[in-house]
Design a protein around this ligand. Structure first.
Ligand code: SF4
Length: 354
């Protein structure tokens, strides 16, 4: 038997790689489309189950390809139907992902890094430290294993789990391509949202990639000093540079940008803060998601519902569309800024996911 470590990982192969692989075996090009369908549409991760390949070809694939994939090793479910999964990568690294239910639609919230180096002080992921970047296959693989667990198609993918997508841009965009390619998973690109804390080079790369995925930017503050505290990436990519970059992005793509703003009591939820945000966003075609901040971490407390409504009314008077995000999954710590919360590691072993 060949050494498994010498096998090529199926997880990291795109359609073009498969086409080359089958050409090297003297097989016709349509084999690439067949294997991509098995893996990314049907979630079949074993060559011997790929029944439209002959026995000899199945054996050859098994001898040369490593089908290790991320695996769900536990989950928690909340009353609103949100599930948080503990997902183990082939090398044993674990990340958390979430599957959110909104009416009949399912949204997968995937992680791009194990941990996060940005260190936002209110965020469970950020305060738990950084382990490593995930590969494109490990990111897209989370979607596929959640889809298998759900037993039906997932409608949307949001890159909002653990980690900052644009500190791992190549793998993030590779995962978007895998999910979007009609030869692979075939998820519509307008059903894919990448959420960044405002890493400017990544925003520029997304614009020039021509992919067309939606962009969400977590601002959390509209003045430099406060944002340096709430989103430390601001020290490197301050608002004075970020806002022109977002305007350039919009000129280039024509797309509306979603602005995420988590509200914390007495920190960034005053009427002055709301007016500053309205001034900052003036002229930018945007939609503002107001997120009741999660948990009591490092002294950050959730804003009161009254304050959030007052904040929203300032934005409304200034002509901005906004929404107050319901904290789906909050009680299992699957909400924004809560994945990898050590106090929430109460997953049950993965037996029956209902
Ligand atoms: S909020 Fe996002 S960018 Fe900030 S530490 Fe958490 S995962 Fe990283």
């Amino acid at each position: 038997m060949p050494d498994i470590s010498e096998h090529e990982p199926a997880l990291e192969k795109n359609y073009g790689d498969w086409a080359e692989y089958f050409a090297s075996l003297g097989e016709p090009p349509y084999r690439a489309a067949q294997i991509c369908q098995w893996i990314w549409k049907r979630g079949v991760l074993n060559a011997s189950d790929m029944t439209d390949f002959g026995k000899k070809l199945r054996e050859k694939i098994s001898e040369t390809i490593d089908f290790s994939f991320p695996e769900i090793s536990g989950y928690v479910k909340s009353d609103d139907g949100t599930k948080k999964f503990l997902v183990k990568m082939p090398d044993g690294t674990t990340v958390e992902t979430a599957l959110l239910r909104m009416g009949p639609r399912l949204t997968a919230c995937v992680s791009v890094q194990a941990g996060c180096p940005v260190g936002c002080p209110f965020c469970a992921t950020g305060t738990a430290g950084f382990e490593r970047n995930l590969t494109a296959g490990e990111i897209a693989g989370q979607f596929i294993v959640m889809e298998k667990a759900a037993g039906r198609a997932i409608n949307n993918a949001v890159f909002m789990g653990m980690g900052e997508p644009f500190l791992n841009t190549e793998a993030t965009l590779g995962a978007v391509r895998t999910l979007n390619s009609s030869k692979m998973r075939g998820l519509g690109i307008r059903h894919v949202t990448i959420s960044t804390v405002g890493i400017i080079p990544g925003i520029e790369t997304l614009a020039s990639s021509g992919l067309g995925a939606r962009l969400a930017v977590s601002l959390h503050a509209a003045r430099e000093e406060l944002r340096n505290e709430l989103a430390p990436s601001n020290l490197k990519y301050p608002l004075k540079d970020l806002m022109p970059a977002l305007r350039d992005y919009q000129r280039f793509t024509g797309d509306r940008i979603t602005i995420e703003y988590a509200l914390f009591k007495g920190r960034n939820d005053s009427l002055t803060d709301a007016r500053e945000l309205a001034r900052l966003l003036h002229g930018l075609h945007s939609y503002v998601n107001l997120i009741p901040g999660n948990g009591n971490r490092n002294g950050y407390e959730r804003s009161s519902p009254e304050n959030i409504l007052r904040f929203q009314s300032v934005l409304k008077s200034a002509g901005f569309e906004s929404d107050i995000r319901t904290g789906r999954g909050g009680e299992i710590n699957a909400a924004c800024g809560q994945l990898k919360n050590p106090s929430a590691r109460n997953h049950v072993p993965n037996k029956v996911l209902k």
